[in-house]
Design a protein around this ligand. Structure first.
Ligand code: FAD
Length: 382
């Protein structure tokens, strides 16, 4: 109905979906979130929030809470796999980009985002199976046979997004032929050993490993790798697949003693397929728009997947602020015009895995980005 405030449905309660629910509510939009999982599980993984995303988290009102539990690394440190020689180090005090660099357990970030939402707007066990768009709204259909109506839909349903298939047409994400082993575990398992107080990436010839603490008191740590995987291993159940810790250790034989210490202490691990896509031709179709991994999945090598999803949430809310039901489609195009150049640039650098590999490239365009205040272009300025 013209003149009324939009009622928007978000599909997916991951980092992007929850962040969007929070930012849209801040501009007075009536939001409901539909998530396929029957409950939220504490997935064993760490996550880095660089200043570009911490700044958004501050605006959402969860940064202070996270700073109490998260580890604040001294620097973004890049070292040679065996000698430990420093390729590039970027100290990251809060004063550098006006927001902190934080490393934490993924579940702590998810819980913080969920905590600012009224629980009754997040509907679990609601797997989207179809969307039916009419001139004035959208009907969502779920696997349990129920339906919901909304003025518009945001597909924040991740790399295997069904909403993406509906907006752009079905295809498969690109598999890089590489996998990521990962584990979060208790630092006491290192028997008194310590890792550096930075987020360290150890660069090998055809593989790397990133290691950091995930708690302010350094009681837990995390690593994530990228290694070639000969068989085209792919899983859509990507968060829970187990890896073989012996295979992992042998993949990092000869790496620096600090890496060996971490891998020898690690009791078990999970593995993920590393997936990405080329930038999409469009992010919206009428009243349905994409956000986060649904529209710009990227390799994890710049630690920007969740960060850019969270940035999307801030910019989308700015584009929708004050817009009535008739203005939604234009607001969605404006959001894409403002976000796609940046996310496409990050996708390309992340895919090449060249970020901070030794050169002295500018980092301010990435970490200094302020999603709340960056000037917005019009929808036709693409
Ligand atoms: P997701 O987090 O995937 O959430 C999608 C949600 O949608 C899920 O809850 C899913 O259950 C739900 N869903 C899917 N289909 C349906 C459906 N049909 N109906 C209802 N619900 C549905 N990013 C960073 O910023 N920093 C990092 O340090 C970092 N490290 C990473 C390390 C690795 C190894 C990997 C693989 C990724 C990493 N990322 C990192 C990227 C980050 O994990 C993703 O970019 C981020 O989770 C994307 O958020 P999202 O909300 O778009 O999607």
């Amino acid at each position: 109905m013209a003149g009324s405030k939009p009622k928007i449905a978000i599909v997916g309660a991951g980092m992007g979906g929850l962040a969007a629910a929070a930012t849209l509510r801040q501009v007075g939009i009536d939001v409901n979130v539909y998530e396929q999982a029957p409950k939220f599980a504490r997935i064993g993984a760490g996550i880095q929030m660089l200043p570009n995303s911490s700044r958004v988290l501050r605006g959402i009102g969860v940064l202070e809470k996270l700073q109490k539990v998260a580890f604040e690394p001294y620097s973004h440190l890049n070292r040679v796999w065996d000698t430990g020689e420093i390729k590039r180090e970027l100290p990251m005090p809060e004063s550098l980009y006006g927001a902190p660099f934080l490393c934490m357990h993924r579940a702590d970030l998810h819980e913080a985002l969920y905590s600012v939402l009224p629980p009754e707007i997040v509907h679990l066990d609601k797997k989207l199976v179809g969307l039916d768009q009419t001139k004035g709204g959208v009907t969502l259909s779920f696997a349990d046979g129920t339906k919901a109506d909304a003025d518009a839909v945001i597909g924040a349903d991740g790399v295997h997004s069904l909403v993406r298939d509906i907006v752009v047409g079905p295809d498969k994400p690109i598999h890089k032929g590489r996998i990521a082993y990962r584990a979060v575990f208790d630092a006491s398992l290192m028997n008194g050993g310590e890792i550096q107080a930075s987020r360290t990436k150890w660069w090998g010839v055809d593989r790397h490993i990133v290691i950091y603490y995930t708690a302010a008191d350094r009681s837990s740590l995390y690593f994530v790798t990228s290694v070639p995987e000969p068989a085209d291993w792919l899983t859509s159940e990507s968060w829970s697949a187990k890896g073989d810790v012996k295979e992992l250790r042998s993949a990092y034989e000869g790496f620096h003693p600090e890496v060996q210490m971490v891998l020898n202490a690690c009791p078990d691990c999970h593995k993920w397929a590393i997936l990405e896509r080329e930038p999409l031709p469009r992010w919206s179709d009428g009243r349905v728009v994409l956000l986060g991994d649904a529209c710009h999945p990227m390799t994890p090598y710049m630690a920007q997947g969740a960060a850019t999803s969270i940035e999307d949430a801030a910019v989308l809310a700015r584009c929708l602020a004050g817009v009535d039901n008739d203005g939604i489609e234009g607001a969605f195009r404006r959001y894409e015009a403002n976000r796609k150049p940046r996310t496409s640039r990050i996708q390309a650098i992340s895919s090449a895995n060249t970020w901070m590999s030794g050169g002295n490239e500018d980092t301010s365009w990435l970490y200094g980005y302020d999603a709340w205040n960056v000037p917005l272009v019009g929808e036709n300025d693409m």
